[in-house]
Unconditional design. Structure first.
Length: 155
């Protein structure tokens, strides 16, 4: 239930934020939010993060579907008490779905968060990165716990 909720909220926030941007800005247009640090800049990204592998839409759609399926299956076997891993995987899948919708609909991803010193990105990208970091932390903590349990069993 938590996982589904996280996926749904992440997807909803991503798609609503993109709708607000495309309904108020033209591609390439920018609005200062906290100048000179932060702007809303509407771009259509044909690639992945930082525009790498531009115009490989079919490849990204395929890889996204593989990742979403793998994470969905994996999280179903997670014990309920692994809340951090459930949260993390929900963020990854919610973000991946948000960008997948853009790729299927537009052939590109809508990006708009612009800090001027970093490539423009969106909430889905943020969700994927935060989720991936939380997955690493959660898996590392699980591994440490297992090592302590194993060490205790050896005594």
């Amino acid at each position: 239930m938590l996982w589904t909720f996280i996926v749904a909220v992440t997807l909803l926030l991503d798609q609503c934020s993109k709708y607000l941007i495309i309904s108020r800005l033209l591609p390439g247009e920018s609005i200062p939010v906290l100048p000179p640090v932060f702007y809303f800049t509407y771009i259509l990204n044909p690639g992945a993060a930082f525009g790498i592998l531009a115009h490989r839409t079919s490849l990204f759609i395929f890889l996204t579907l593989v990742v979403i399926t793998a994470v969905f299956v994996w999280q179903r076997y997670l014990p309920r008490e692994k809340i951090l891993l459930r949260l993390a995987s929900g963020l990854v899948v919610g973000g991946a779905l948000g960008n997948l919708i853009d790729r299927v609909r537009l052939g590109r991803v809508i990006d708009f968060l612009d800090f001027q010193v970093w490539p423009v990105f969106n909430l889905a990208d943020s969700s994927i990165v935060i989720g991936a970091l939380l997955l690493v932390i959660g898996l590392w903590r699980s591994e440490k716990l297992e090592q302590r349990v194993d060490a205790g069993a050896d005594n």
